[in-house]
Design a protein around this ligand. Structure first.
Ligand code: GNR
Ligand code: NI
Length: 169
């Protein structure tokens, strides 16, 4: 197991579009384990492969209180959705920034688990937000792209500045 490096906005690699996983190999299984370890260590409630510079459709999520309910989504697809909710979102690729984003309140999605078995699941609340947030990452989209260009530019400058500061120290 290994903790992976998480790309920070505005890294252009965060805008790559992830390809479908053709067949889950031992390499994918190792990556999924490492992604889970990286997410738990961060700590975060979700992580998309894009964020660790691997561009295939893989997501790990755990919104449970005790961090004992890992959800693996390979090749996820939203098959139905309804309603609207607004949640204050954060992102491991946009450290220290929290902004309100509008998402569907209820979703029904299908995906493969780590063993390649297909499942269908419904989600509301935070889990629904997280699935939508992670699926955006696989499409090369970061949540700050829902904000106004002005806000987005301020965030970009703030993160670049933070990063510079960290390399000096
Ligand atoms: O850890 C995370 N918390 C979070 C909070 C509100 C809405 C979405 C998220 S996802 C985020 C982890 C992350 O960046 N996943 O891509
Ligand atoms: Ni994110």
């Amino acid at each position: 197991m290994a903790v992976l490096n998480i790309l920070n906005y505005p890294d252009p690699r965060l805008h790559k579009i992830a390809a479908e996983v053709k067949k889950i190999s031992s390499m994918h299984r190792k990556l999924i384990h490492d992604m889970a370890e990286t997410m738990y260590k961060a700590p975060g409630i979700g992580l998309a492969a894009t964020q660790v510079d691997f561009h295939e459709r893989i997501i790990v999520i755990d919104v449970s209180e005790n961090k004992d309910n890992l959800l693996v989504l390979v090749n996820p697809e939203i098959i139905d959705k309804s309603g609207v909710q607004i949640c204050e979102e954060g992102c491991l690729s946009v450290p220290g920034i929290y902004e309100k984003v509008k998402r569907a309140e209820w979703i029904k999605f299908k995906a493969l688990d780590v063993d390649g078995n297909s499942y269908v699941k419904e989600a509301t609340g935070l889990l629904a937000v997280c699935v939508q947030h992670e699926m955006d990452h696989l499409l090369g989209k970061v949540f700050v792209e829902y904000l106004s260009p002005l806000k987005r530019n301020r965030i970009k400058n703030k993160i670049v500045k933070q990063k510079k500061q960290r390399t000096i120290l």
